[in-house]
Design a protein around this ligand. Structure first.
Ligand code: FE2
Length: 390
């Protein structure tokens, strides 16, 4: 969605006759649009009616993992400790949720022929470990470690991994679309020179693999916590061509160009994407502040109206102790947060950091689930007591 893209065969003029090779039967045009008819859209050309459904059945809902008595507190938990596997649809474990944002991780140990569609949520998927392809009716998008996949709401897709030995992903579901921040774009929609990325850093689907196949294809459709099985009579990727701005795309965290300041710069300089209710930042290796008495570690701060989540990817995180790859910290609004004892002093004079992490700042409070309780670092909430005593 950062730019116009086109794949396969499309008619010269939209909303006109577009015949298959037999010169008799029509391809079926579908406008996939956002914000009614006022947001970005794509026109997609199907072999068959995209509306055909043979049967619909409600499945067991997403497992209730709510933890109503979870206190408002600092949290650190180890998502890698949750070893449950499964396929790319059923392996997800939710950790933090609010009505607009759900943060999950998944260890994917098996393939499936099923298709998946999140009817009510756009999905952001961080590929922590694994390599493979995102398949959808928009085409084939190869991915590897560090990729961040942005999948528009209601996209029918599959994740196919090259193997099933070591695959770990982090998923953020949003009830509003992921968007490039407006201040990164000029009045023509092109990325500004000061943005931390440009168009060539974003990868759209590369090629179409049109499937004109009849049969029984199973789509698992998610609508918040309800799951449905839709059996459709045509292959969901039976698309001969499309064009527009709405499609899944990839951006690798290692392609993010960080900004460096004379003194400590705040998190908005690490901004990657925005939604209506939260933002995502990329923290990547960078030189530290260059003023001679600058303190590279962040100052203590209170984000009075947002919760702050960090997902740790790799490297030594400068302001935290006891963090491992796959750790998540939650610092809720309503409480100050900052470096642990010794970390401020340790950062003075440091020249650079090698850390990779993602930050999610939500405007509504997040609720920890029982998966947080199960994987909790129980000492974290008291880890700011100096010498363990205060
Ligand atoms: Fe913070």
């Amino acid at each position: 969605m950062p730019f116009y893209h086109k794949l396969g065969k499309i008619p010269k003029v939209k909303h006109t006759t577009f015949y298959k090779d037999d010169n008799k039967s029509l391809y079926r045009e579908e406008l996939i649009s956002s914000k009614g008819f006022s947001g970005i859209y794509s026109n997609v050309y199907h072999f068959n009616l995209p509306t055909a459904v043979k049967s619909v059945k409600e499945l067991s809902p997403v497992k209730d993992t709510s933890w109503p008595e979870a206190p408002v507190l600092y949290y650190h938990f180890f998502t890698d400790n949750k070893k449950t596997g499964g396929n790319f649809i059923n392996s997800r474990n939710e950790y933090l949720t609010n009505p607009h944002c759900k943060i999950s991780t998944a260890i994917i140990t098996e393939d499936t022929e099923d298709f998946y569609r999140n009817a009510l949520g756009a999905e952001f998927i961080f590929i922590h470990h694994g390599k493979g392809k995102l398949l959808s009716h928009f085409g084939v998008l190869p991915f590897s470690e560090g990729d961040q996949l942005v999948i528009p709401r209601a996209t029918t897709y599959q994740l196919k991994f090259d193997d099933y030995d070591n695959n770990k992903i982090m998923i953020i579901e949003s009830d509003t679309a992921y968007e490039i921040p407006k201040h990164y774009k000029n009045e023509y929609g092109q990325m500004e020179e000061h943005a931390p990325y440009c168009e060539r850093d974003f990868r759209p689907p590369e090629y179409l693999d049109p499937k004109d196949e009849k049969g029984e294809f199973r789509i698992i459709l998610k609508a918040n916590n309800r799951l449905f099985e839709h059996i459709v009579p045509h292959h969901p990727f039976g698309v001969v061509g499309w064009d527009g701005y709405l499609y899944p795309y990839a951006f690798n965290i290692k392609d993010y160009h960080p900004k460096v300041g004379r003194i400590h710069l705040p998190p908005p300089v690490h901004l990657l994407l925005m939604t209506g209710h939260f933002i995502i930042c990329n923290f990547v290796p960078r030189l530290f502040d260059f003023y001679d008495t600058a303190i590279p570690a962040p100052y203590f701060h209170s984000n009075i109206d947002s919760d702050e989540v960090l997902y740790y990817v790799e490297g030594d995180f400068m302001s935290r102790k006891g963090i491992k790859e796959g750790s998540i910290t939650l610092h809720p609004g309503g409480m100050p947060h900052g470096p642990q004892p010794g970390k401020t002093e340790e950062s003075i004079g440091a020249k650079e950091t090698k850390e990779y992490a993602l930050m999610i700042d939500t405007y509504n409070p997040l609720k920890p689930t029982i998966n947080v309780k199960e994987t909790l670092d129980k000492d974290y909430a008291k880890s700011w007591l100096e010498n363990g005593k205060g």
